[in-house]
Design a binder for this molecule. Structure first.
Ligand code: PLP
Length: 442
């Protein structure tokens, strides 16, 4: 069924063209555990390799289970095409490697997931791709860093620990003046934000998080909006305008629209060049697990956000909490961005600072009974972490402050349990936090 309905609750179940398995009529999407696919004849094989015909060649590059997931994620984000990959880290790596080569630069938001900072600052720089960091509180900071080697802008919709919503349209508009695409990491805000509607050209996800939702599989996706003209300024986007020696001299920006009728050269190049060369394919078993999560993501996001707002109201009144960090709890114009870009909820993540510094943070975490103490985000379960004693423990005081993490900062990912139980657990742990009482380990 190819649904024209634009409601996320429907798209995540019926999006794409999968109604039932063509071979068996199975309704649940089968796991196609195969590496390869029988070609009909030599002409068929040659056509597939030459991209004259589209079909399955080898599971490193495509797989029918992954294909269903890809079509649904593309539909959810309002894009035209999607490539799934082995993890969110692969999605962000591919998003950059697909547009930049040694000598090029990317202008990225400073508000990023730590793994992305490490990828950008340490690994991509060693490959000769420079990442320039711009503070997104003022979108003009992006423009100040553009030069003729800038190939893309990069941002995260709802980054922690600051939880400042990214100015998607403002930065996208600047990029479009220079033919620079905006790549958005929408991991923390599926359903409640659609970056493509605000001008983003590419949207990536760690599907591991809210889309998967159950903490059972690591996966990533790259959605091509189809809204970016890769050929408008050939010097700006050489990888889409110069012949690709690895693919018989094809010019991706021209060839893909001609061959497919869709303006999705970014997705096609990521698949047939980067998956071909670097691997990092998503296993169909994991695609299946993510498909199960995707079917309920719209429902879950509503509950995550509703619970988070009630938790914020509770925390704001608690005597042991000195500060609540939430997408709507910022000064203008940052708080206004939450209302502008998030629809149907203001996000599942909440930050708090506690009376009593690092010891209060540690005692609070150790006193939680229902919350899980994990580094992950985006699970049905409520999760908490104290970055100063864990993920950020190698940073000095200055580096901690620059990253937005204070000694007593705790990140909460509010789950979909009953909100009364979430608040009860937080309350009892907060009451212990200042007293330094540790939970007895049973
Ligand atoms: N992007 C964001 C915003 C994340 O939070 C994460 C992981 O926490 C990633 C990317 C990387 O995803 P993965 O763990 O699936 O590689």
């Amino acid at each position: 069924m190819s649904t024209k309905r634009n409601n996320p609750e429907t798209i995540v179940i019926h999006g794409g063209d999968y109604k039932s398995d063509p071979a068996t009529n199975a309704v649940a999407v089968p796991i196609y555990r195969t590496t390869s696919y029988q070609f009909n004849n030599t002409e068929h094989a040659a056509n597939l390799f030459a991209l004259k015909e589209f079909g399955n060649i080898y599971t490193r590059i495509m797989n029918p289970t992954n294909d269903v997931l890809e079509k649904r994620v593309a539909a959810l984000e309002g894009g035209l095409s999607c490539v799934t990959v082995s993890s969110g880290q692969t999605a962000s790596s591919f998003a950059i490697l697909n547009v930049a080569q040694a000598g090029d630069n990317i202008v990225s938001s400073t508000d990023l997931y730590g793994g992305t900072v490490s990828l950008f600052t340490h690994t991509l720089s060693k490959l000769g791709i420079e990442i320039r960091y711009a503070d997104p509180s003022d979108p003009k900071n992006f423009e100040k860093m553009v030069d003729d080697k800038t190939r893309a802008f990069y941002g995260e919709t709802l980054p922690n620990p600051y939880l400042r919503v990214f100015p998607i349209k403002e930065v996208s508009d600047i990029g479009r003046k220079y033919n620079i695409p905006l790549i958005m990491d929408n991991t923390a805000s599926p359903v409640i934000c659609k970056p493509i509607e605000h001008g983003a050209a590419i949207v990536i996800h760690s599907l591991t998080k809210y889309i998967g939702g159950h903490g059972t599989a690591v996966a990533g996706s790259i959605v091509d909006s189809g809204n970016f003209d890769w050929t408008a300024d050939p010097k700006r986007q050489p990888l889409f305008n110069e012949p690709d020696a690895s693919y018989g001299g094809v010019i991706w920006g021209k060839a893909v629209p001609e061959l497919t009728g869709a303006n999705v050269p970014f997705a096609v190049r990521a698949r047939v060049c980067l998956l071909r060369d670097l691997g990092s394919a998503l296993a169909p078993d994991n695609a299946f697990a993510i498909i199960q999560g995707l079917e309920t993501v719209a429902l879950r996001m509503k509950q995550h956000c509703e619970n988070a707002e009630k938790v914020v109201n509770f925390l704001k009144k608690h005597k042991e909490v000195t500060k609540v960090i939430y997408s709507t709890e910022h000064n203008k114009p940052i708080a206004d961005r939450a209302k502008k870009y998030l629809k149907g909820g203001y996000g599942p993540m909440v930050g708090i600072e506690l009376n009593g510094g690092i010891e209060a943070g540690k005692t609070f975490i150790e006193s939680l009974k229902m919350f899980y103490h994990v580094a992950n985000i985006g699970d049905v379960r409520s999760l908490a972490i104290h970055p100063a004693s864990t993920t950020h423990s190698q940073l000095n005081e200055k580096e901690l402050a620059a990253s937005g993490v204070t000694q007593s900062y705790v990140r909460l990912c509010i789950g979909i349990e009953h909100v009364d139980d979430i608040i009860e657990d937080l309350n009892q742990a907060l009451n212990k936090s200042s007293k330094g009482k540790l939970r007895a380990v049973s």
